[in-house]
Design a protein around this ligand. Structure first.
Ligand SMILES: CCCCCCCCCCCCCC(=O)CC(=O)SCCNC(=O)CCNC(=O)[C@H](O)C(C)(C)COP(=O)(O)OP(=O)(O)OC[C@H]1O[C@@H](n2cnc3c(N)ncnc32)[C@H](O)[C@@H]1OP(=O)(O)O
Ligand SMILES: NC(=O)C1=CN([C@@H]2O[C@H](COP(=O)(O)OP(=O)(O)OC[C@H]3O[C@@H](n4cnc5c(N)ncnc54)[C@H](O)[C@@H]3O)[C@@H](O)[C@H]2O)C=CC1
Length: 525
């Protein structure tokens, strides 16, 4: 799990724990053994820590449930051992240095990074904080302001910004490991006192109160309902005390999170989101055995709320789209809405005008279906009316090539009945997007009785390509999402009957952490 390689007086400790080099217990133990061996070997003058393929993506998240994250040696122990090493330790970073991996890196005496490497503390999004000294060393390396930005937000940054902030000593284009080995040889024997991060002062301490208040305000806005960002901020503020006292604050703030229900829920969500796209069918076909067909171009029928949102989701992923309506007036309305949304993204600087123009150049429009003779996929998003949907599917079946997938964005209708209007029920499937479809991550791919495994595979692949979390569900009224939403909607309605105002119900739901309350969502729908 950790290869120990010697190179001309340098010991290279290369973590090899696929897929992401998480710091599982065995990895930690082997890093410790490597450090001990290098420390004792008189021939070794310097140490390089790196990862095969990528650096280290952090603690092994499964260990927070099993408890082995706290088994010796912990990441805290490793960081202390690295920092206190009498021989210089250089981190060679390519790929990701995240969470505990980032903490290991900033405990090293020097950091050499590939230009495409990424740095961050994503702990906040799994309900914890960088509890291996990250909240104490990081402010000492980059100053209070940057630490109060990056730790509570969990944002990743690239190598160039990491260099600007002082996280990284050198950014390289070539092989980071080779560069680090060369560098390690060049600094062997130099004094390390000012290279030990925990011994540095924190820059920006004079503005501590205003920086803290701004960070709390931002965290409450951006991560509504989450407790971890506030504990992260409190722990970072502890860095203004001597290092050992700061570590105690980090541990006590960490303890509250490590024992919280939010940690369990967010870590469940982390693994659930990665499990969702992995599908299998009762016939035995699965994501491992069946390949999807890539979608080169598509059409969307209906330029209403959902049709425009679905078209945007595809355009954002670079898929050329033809937006189809029943008449010119509805089409113009849909296209204006779509253009307005992109103009909004330009004015908010989410995309440039050039990017906006490039995206819109892939949009075609049509009234009627006659032009759809060369599309890989059609997604229908017209009114929720079975007779209308069946009529449209029958017509599409006549016009589109036999291999074209015909998918429907119905909220609750029977996929098998819609498929029965065609001679290709194997290629019919429900793609249930959620409003706003260009933004919401969930995509239910509803499998009918006759939907083929290739169609399911293609829909799952398509979902991932357009940035969604696609999940295969069965065909029943309301599928999964809307059956859950029904209960939620009923309870919200009961509250109104009992005398609450819709805005009060929304406020409570939003304070709980939902981005929009139930009545605002209904207004959007
Ligand atoms: C305080 C009280 C207790 C006292 C005792 C004190 C003891 C010591 C405390 C030590 C505390 C340590 C604190 C700490 O530093 C915490 C952390 O480091 S938490 C982890 C932080 N890191 C992350 O959150 C990274 C998560 N991963 C990602 O963001 C992405 O995976 C990544 C960008 C790295 C790669 O993305 P991508 O290529 O898209 O791959 P996937 O996301 O699909 O992942 C592939 C595969 O790998 C699994 N996986 C990813 N990361 C982890 C992980 N960190 N641990 C375990 N498994 C991971 C993922 O689930 C996928 O698995 P599949 O089975 O293939 O689906
Ligand atoms: N609005 C929502 O929140 C969600 C809606 N859905 C489903 O998506 C589908 C569409 O819903 P919305 O976008 O909200 O409806 P909408 O009323 O906003 O848009 C429907 C559009 O379809 C067009 N249309 C009607 N007949 C047509 C035809 N024969 N050919 C071409 N275009 C035609 C209409 O002109 C209209 O612009 C429905 O089945 C709905 O149940 C699914 C998820 C969420």
């Amino acid at each position: 799990m950790v290869d120990y390689i010697t190179r001309d007086g340098v010991a290279l400790l290369q973590v090899n724990n696929p897929p992401v080099n998480a710091l599982s217990h065995n990895v930690r133990a082997e890093i410790k053994n490597g450090l001990d061996e290098a420390g004792q070997d008189k021939q070794i003058k310097a140490i390089v820590i790196s990862g095969k393929r990528s650096f280290i993506a952090g603690a092994d998240i499964t260990e927070f449930k099993s408890g082995s994250y706290s088994e010796w040696p912990t990441i805290i122990d490793l960081c202390d051992l690295i920092e206190s090493s009498g021989k210089p330790v250089v981190a060679a970073i390519k790929g990701f240095a995240l969470g505990g991996g980032h903490e290991i890196a900033i405990s090293c005496h020097y950091r050499i990074a590939h230009e495409k490497s990424k740095f961050g503390f994503p702990e906040v999004d799994i309900g914890i904080l960088p509890a291996a000294g990250g909240t104490q060393r990081f402010p000492r390396l980059v100053g209070l302001e940057a630490a109060l930005d990056l730790i509570p937000s969990g944002r990743h940054i690239g190598a160039a910004q990491a260099f600007k902030l002082g996280i990284v000593d050198k950014v390289v284009r070539g092989d980071a490991v080779e560069e680090a080995v060369k560098f390690a040889k060049s600094i062997a024997g130099e004094p390390l006192v000012d290279r030990r991060t925990s011994q540095r002062p924190v820059m920006g301490a004079e503005n501590a109160v205003s920086l803290r208040d701004a960070a709390v305000k931002l965290a409450m806005k951006k991560k509504k309902g989450m407790i971890a960002p506030i504990h992260c901020i409190k722990a970072v503020m502890g860095s203004l005390l001597p290092f050992e006292q700061g570590m105690e604050i980090e541990a006590s703030e960490g303890f509250m999170l490590f024992t919280s229900g939010q940690m369990g829920a967010l870590q469940y969500a982390f693994f659930a989101q990665r499990a969702a796209p992995k599908w299998s069918l009762p016939c035995g076909a699965s994501f491992k055995t069946v390949k999807g067909r890539p979608i080169r171009n598509a059409a969307v029928i209906g330029a209403g709320t959902m049709g425009t949102g679905i078209a945007m989701a595809m355009l954002n992923a670079g898929i050329p789209v033809t937006l189809v309506e029943q008449d010119r007036k509805f089409l113009d309305k849909g296209v204006s809405l779509l253009k307005l949304l992109y103009a909004g993204s330009v004015s908010l600087r989410k995309i440039t005008q050039d990017q906006c123009d490039a995206i819109l150049s892939k949009l075609n429009t049509a009234v009627g279906y006659k032009s759809l003779t060369n599309v890989d996929l059609v997604i229908e998003a017209v009114y929720e009316n079975m007779a209308l949907k069946k009529q449209i599917f029958a017509e599409l079946d006549r016009i589109c090539p036999p291999e074209t997938f015909l998918w429907t964005n119905t909220s609750a209708l029977d996929i098998d009945e819609i498929a029965s209007a065609t001679r290709r029920p194997d290629k019919v499937l429900g793609t249930h997007f959620f409003v706003p479809a260009y933004h919401m991550k969930l995509l239910e791919n509803v499998r009918g009785k006759l939907t083929s495994a290739e169609t399911v595979a293609s829909a799952q692949m398509f979902g991932t390509r357009i940035g969604k979390i696609p999940v295969v569900v069965g065909n029943c009224h309301g599928f999964v999402g809307n059956r859950m939403l029904h209960k939620y909607a009923h309870e919200s309605d009961f509250l109104i009957e009992e005398g609450c105002w819709p805005e009060d119900v929304d406020m409570v739901a939003e304070n709980f952490g939902l981005p929009l309350g139930p009545f605002k969502v209904r207004d959007l729908s």
